[in-house]
Ligand binder design. Structure first.
Ligand SMILES: Cc1cc2nc3c(=O)[nH]c(=O)nc-3n(C[C@H](O)[C@H](O)[C@H](O)COP(=O)(O)OP(=O)(O)OC[C@H]3O[C@@H](n4cnc5c(N)ncnc54)[C@H](O)[C@@H]3O)c2cc1C
Length: 338
């Protein structure tokens, strides 16, 4: 029997899977995944489905992580939150705010689960997950054991971590521990937060402001299917940046510690004339060039075709290579978009 995945992915793609299991306890998550791995059966670990593109029916078991629980401990300087992988990220941000535990407010309204947060080191409004990461617990599939990494072992980078690289498909994240400083410092150096006075601003004001800006800027997946930003902001050499800057005075670049420059993928797509461009039912959002949307019954193949077209056009125009942010799923495993 096939089970529809349409409500389990924020692009609303009408793909299905041959088997589906929702797990609500850590022990069940561990046993289910150990079993499937032992039997060498294709499995896909799914959180909120806000960072996946299904290009085909999945010929295997989708394990939906719905484990719940938040435990708070503290020492003199910090709060520690041990959170089950299936908790909703935004609910966690609200939970903290209500408990007067501050720091996560810039990351409000990012869809998805806590277990997926370390994978691409979620980030928004000048803050990334790794700032608060204390420990990530995971099931190592080949040994069937629960292990954990501290922050440094996770090799966090921009939308990147060891879980997307060396440990891809080899582990299932079961629990995440965050550490939040009791001496809260607002982070308000990013665009729409810059008007706040650091001496006066509250975490709630930052939270409200981030929610308001996000709701105004990003299409609601319930209305228009999407996975947020479809491409990472490319990081280019200083030579490449200077060359582009000489051609496009309005180009904004953020210098990285290694001297390279991060430039806005949305600006590249927009300037290449692709805002509002469609292939079939897959479209570039009319206001946010970085967001690809399901205009109604789009297939994952159409979304990928559109993404490939964008990558080619941006390359032809600027000689810059765009890299997709979401994970592209084929019939039995993750695939490359190219
Ligand atoms: C409207 C919108 C706005 C967004 N804004 C942002 C943003 O501001 N910043 C940002 O960083 N991202 C953003 N995203 C992307 C997305 O929210 C994040 O990537 C999020 O962390 C994905 O969580 P998820 O639970 O939905 O993961 P899923 O989409 O379910 O899974 C993503 C990948 O992680 C794997 N995975 C999931 N859970 C586990 C686990 N427990 N163990 C092992 N592997 C697992 C899956 O197999 C898959 O490969 C946005 C998405 C949308 C739709």
């Amino acid at each position: 029997m096939s089970i529809s995945l349409a409500v389990f992915n924020t692009l609303g793609l009408q793909q299905s899977c041959s088997s589906f299991v929702e797990v609500t306890h850590k022990a069940e998550l561990v046993e289910t995944c150990k079993d499937l791995y032992k039997q060498q059966l294709p499995m896909l670990i799914l959180g909120g489905g806000s960072n996946v593109v299904f290009t085909d029916d999945f010929d295997g078991t989708v394990v939906k992580v719905a484990t719940k629980g938040i435990q708070v401990t503290e020492d003199t300087d910090y709060y520690y939150l041990s959170v089950q992988a299936g908790e909703n990220w935004h609910n966690l941000v609200e939970f903290c705010l209500n408990k007067q535990i501050y720091g996560l407010e810039n990351l409000a309204l990012i869809p998805g689960t806590v277990g997926a947060a370390p994978i691409q080191n979620i980030g928004a409004y000048g803050v990334e997950f790794n700032r608060f990461c204390y420990q990530v617990e995971f099931l190592q599939l080949d040994t069937g054991t629960l292990n954990h990494f501290d922050k440094d072992q996770c090799h966090f980078g921009y939308r990147d971590s060891i879980f997307k690289q060396q440990l891809k498909n080899l582990v299932v994240i079961t629990e995440v521990t965050l550490r939040l400083n009791k001496q809260w410092q607002p982070i308000i150096n990013y665009g729409p937060l810059q008007h706040f006075d650091p001496a006066q601003v509250t975490a709630k004001q930052i939270f409200d402001s981030v929610c308001k800006v996000r709701q105004a800027k990003l299409p609601d997946p319930k209305v228009l299917g999407n996975v947020g930003s479809f491409f990472k902001n490319p990081i280019v050499s200083s030579t490449c940046y200077e060359l582009l800057k000489s051609r496009y005075a309005e180009l904004v670049g953020y210098q990285q510690i290694d001297g390279r420059f991060k430039i806005a993928a949305g600006w590249l797509i927009d300037t290449a004339g692709l805002k509002g461009f469609n292939i079939g039912n897959a479209g570039v959002h009319k206001d946010q060039a970085l967001v690809l949307v399901n205009l109604g019954n789009a297939t994952g193949a159409e979304i990928c075709q559109l993404a490939r077209h964008i990558i080619q056009e941006v390359y032809d125009t600027f000689a810059v290579i765009l890299e997709p942010e979401p994970r592209i799923m084929g019939s039995v495993e993750e695939i490359e978009i190219q």
